[in-house]
Write a protein that binds this ligand. Structure first.
Ligand code: GLC
Ligand code: GLC
Length: 807
């Protein structure tokens, strides 16, 4: 069953009922000001950091699940309703929400009035725009009352949810010329404020929540909209809000539009007052003036559309397969942008108060983002590397406002360092900017300890070399990519964090997965060393990689698949000898991506085992059989009920590794089939099972052992976005930037017969026409001449290169 449909032309997902199985959301903003908005108008916004600069309030674990947001209320002769359906849930004659690139348009109609709310964050503006258009579709004049509503958070989202003894006394606002200013804590150490204004005369306002709702009422019973009259309340403590009242007269057929602006502004500390106790408001006045007319608002909206046209222009495909095209051209890239911006901080599954920027997460997010805005990827690389320690290891995360590493999520995840090499390699292949390797980058954010980025990569590489266990395999540390495989943790205290609790020392826990990573990512380091003329270093690194591969073949192979790990005591994890957790997905993907077992047939055997033991119609589960009880020596993975999360859930993040592995051994049909299993557009028809947004990936789909197999959780913020984009764009469609040229090696099922990819890289455009019959040995013709091999040399900026491929 579907709850909407794609509009590919407009790059929108159109939701046609408020009754989706869960709030289906979108993101506004892609620079500093961000908003989350559900299809019924729920959500919140913040400036840069979802925890420390939260503008509007959002409640977690709420009933109903998505209550609170930007609400527009209409009182049409006593009939009170909202175009987003919530909060009143008054039946609408029509409802439609269009989630597009950085904007959402919610349209509802009732009783001959259509109300459409367009929400977006303009390019380079720190504000959310709410453009409300009312249309009278009757043949009589209408006089209606329109009320806006947002509820302010007292800036620090966590404190806002906990510290009521203080917070209920400190709320402050100002109202001037119809604009409402939120200034809690501005009197002391804050130099920032929020404004909510509108480009039309108002009939009244409210800033005190209890007055607006009426004490004891829910949003759906809001007193002011029902009365049709504002109270001009001025908040003092308790719960500051902002609501405007507009009286709107509409002739038959007439439309009128209003622009509401919700902005964030900062003042210089020594010049923050206009008069004693009165905020200096020049910034806000300028901001509001910029949106004084409807033309100006629409022009800003056009600018946003143009911005996305240009962002999405660097990789497009035309294949005649709608679902494939819309994933590649629009939604997967869009999700890469959002994930890159948010890391794992703010979604409807992440509160924005917990995690900052993950070292491993952000390094992987780069992969799917780097072609969109390479300069920002460069900056991110420097930020991430700056939190590395001198021995190559890293803090697991850093805070976006301070850019400093912290221990909140622990450290000692021994896979972390290698992801940095992968991210940097992807950046250089995209841009050719080898100079980044000479940037001086601090260790542990300490400038006195700065070394070149290349030196950071060396330390990353050597961290694995220097931390091996008795089988010559990498020590796992706290965990590897799988945060929940905690082999040194031995946690027995309820509620203790597996991420930060003290680790036991003296054990020998090793990870075959990190060994696979080393084999797959190590060669990027070798290539960089060689290009810098350091052949001795390249040879040394190659030697280390060969040793690792040999160790995997000798100690990391279980007979029909790759082992997962050795535990603290040296016992096998992920072996046919085990009762549960006999086979795990991660090493099968990465070892083969690293070329291990490709020649002697073990790779094919491992992938056949994956198919037999792990595959389902909803995707490939993480392990099998699921753990049925808690194993103290394995950690968090065994804490989950069977079929969920890391305990045999379908982790959409590492399905792509198996897909890439299938392309490595040349099996395009399987690769294509696996990709379709989890691609949201292909799952749209089963939305009532999947439950989450059909336009973006979720981190997890419940596995075959779960009670609710096929049901997704944790949409939007997941490394899944990047890895699936890499997989489909670089491995299936097969267009992959390499050091000296664009590597073109399609490996996609014969179902996709002919397709054209347009790729802009390093300033030149490549038009790649592929005639595909599901083969694996492409032959290329470049500008009319047959090419030896599959790497099309990079062309001069500005040129257009025509490539024909037969495969
Ligand atoms: C989450 C984390 C990621 C981790 C994965 C597997 O997605 O963000 O860092 O690799 O879970 O545990
Ligand atoms: C939990 C989750 C895992 C996530 C981690 C982040 O362990 O299961 O997916 O990566 O938390 O802290």
């Amino acid at each position: 069953m579907q709850f909407g449909h794609f509009d590919d032309e407009a790059r929108e997902y159109v939701i046609t009922t408020p009754h989706t199985p869960y709030p289906w959301i979108n993101y506004l903003g892609s620079q500093e000001f961000f908003g989350l908005v559900s299809h019924t108008g729920g959500g919140y916004c913040f400036y840069r950091d979802a925890k420390l600069r939260r503008l509007t309030r959002y409640r977690y674990n709420n009933v109903p699940v998505d209550d609170g947001g930007r609400y527009f209320s209409i009182n049409d002769g006593g009939d009170v309703w909202s175009p987003g359906y919530r909060p009143y849930k008054t039946e609408l004659d029509s409802f439609e929400t269009r989630h597009g690139m950085g904007y959402t348009r919610i349209t509802g109609a009732r009783g001959g009035l259509t109300a459409s709310v367009l929400l977006f964050v303009p390019v380079d503006v720190n504000a959310e725009i709410h453009r409300v258009e009312l249309t009278n579709t009757t043949d009589a004049r209408k006089d209606v009352d329109l009320f806006s509503f947002v509820e302010f958070a007292l800036w620090n989202a966590e404190d806002d949810q906990t510290n009521y003894q203080r917070n209920l006394s400190i709320g402050e606002v100002e109202v001037e010329d119809g604009a409402i200013f939120h200034k809690t804590e501005y009197r002391e150490r804050r130099d920032h404020y929020a404004v909510y204004g509108v480009n039309a005369p108002i009939a009244g306002f409210d800033t005190d929540r209890d007055t607006f709702l009426g004490f004891g009422n829910g949003f759906d019973e809001a007193a002011v909209p029902h009365a049709g009259q504002s109270q001009n309340s001025v908040a003092s403590g308790w719960y500051p809000i902002a609501s405007h009242h507009l009286e709107v007269s509409l002739e038959p057929g007439e439309s009128r539009a209003f622009t509401f602006v919700l902005g964030y502004l900062e003042n210089p500390r020594d010049d923050k007052w206009e008069a004693p106790g009165v905020i200096r408001k020049d910034g806000a006045r300028e901001l509001l003036a910029r949106f004084a007319t409807d033309e100006a608002t629409l022009a800003e909206f056009d600018r946003l559309t143009a911005h996305w046209d240009s962002l999405l222009g660097s990789y497009t495909v035309e294949s005649g397969h709608d679902k494939l095209d819309r994933m590649v051209n629009t939604w997967n890239q869009y999700q890469c942008m959002v994930t890159y911006n948010m890391s794992r901080s703010a979604s409807f599954f992440e509160t924005g108060m917990g995690r900052g920027m993950g070292f491993r997460d952000s390094s992987q997010d780069l992969l799917g983002f780097v072609h969109l805005v390479p300069e920002r990827a460069r900056e991110r690389i420097i930020d991430i590397a700056s939190t590395q320690f001198e021995d190559g290891s890293a803090y697991h995360q850093y805070q976006p406002l301070t850019k400093r590493g912290n221990h909140t999520l622990g450290s000692g995840f021994n896979d972390d360092p290698l992801w940095l090499i992968l991210g940097v390699a992807a950046y250089i292949k995209e841009t050719g900017d080898f100079a980044i390797l000479d940037e001086q980058v601090p260790f542990d954010n300490d400038e006195s300890k700065a070394e070149s980025l290349m030196e950071h990569l060396k330390r990353s590489f050597d961290f694995t070399v220097n931390n091996k266990g008795p089988h010559g395999l990498p020590l796992i540390g706290r965990a590897d990519w799988n945060d929940c495989l905690n082999l040194n943790c031995f946690s027995t205290e309820p509620g203790e964090s597996f991420q930060t609790t003290g680790n036991r020392t003296g054990g020998v826990a090793e990870s075959v997965f990190i060994a696979g990573m080393f084999a797959a990512i190590g060669p990027e380091y070798v290539a960089l060393a060689r290009r810098r003329g350091d052949d001795a270093e390249a040879a040394r690194a190659e030697q280390a990689i060969e040793e690792m591969k040999a160790a995997v073949l000798e100690h990391g192979w279980d007979g029909d698949w790759f082992l997962r790990a050795y535990d603290y005591f040296g016992n096998k994890v992920g072996s046919a000898e085990n009762t549960d957790g006999q086979i795990w997905i991660e090493p099968q993907g990465f070892c083969i991506m690293g070329g291990i077992g490709v020649e002697d047939g073990r790779a094919a055997r491992a992938l056949d085992s994956v198919r037999e033991r792990l595959n389902t119609p909803h995707g490939i589960v993480l392990l099998n059989p699921p753990y049925r009880e808690y194993h103290v020596e394995l950690g968090e993975v065994t804490s989950y009920p069977p079929g969920y999360k890391e305990n045999a859930g379908i982790f959409c993040h590492n399905n792509p590794w198996v897909i890439i592995a299938e392309t490595v051994i040349g099996r395009p049909e399987r690769a294509w089939e696996y990709w379709k299993q989890i691609a949201p557009a292909y799952r749209e028809e089963q939305s009532e099972v999947h439950r989450l947004e059909p336009y973006v990936y979720a981190q997890m789909i419940a596995g075959k052992d779960a009670v609710r197999h096929g049901e997704a959780k944790n949409s939007w913020l997941t490394g899944t976005a990047s890895w699936n984009f890499i997989t489909v764009s670089q491995y299936l469609l097969g267009v992959r930037p390499d050091w000296d040229g664009l590597r073109i090696e399609p490996c996609i099922g014969a179902e996709v017969s002919d397709y054209t990819v347009r790729r802009t890289v390093r300033g030149a455009e490549y038009v790649i026409r592929v005639a595909n019959s599901g083969g694996t040995e492409p032959s290329l013709v470049v500008d009319g001449r047959p090419l030896d091999g599959t790497v099309v040399p990079y062309a001069e900026p500005g040129s257009v290169v025509e490539v024909s491929v037969t495969v």
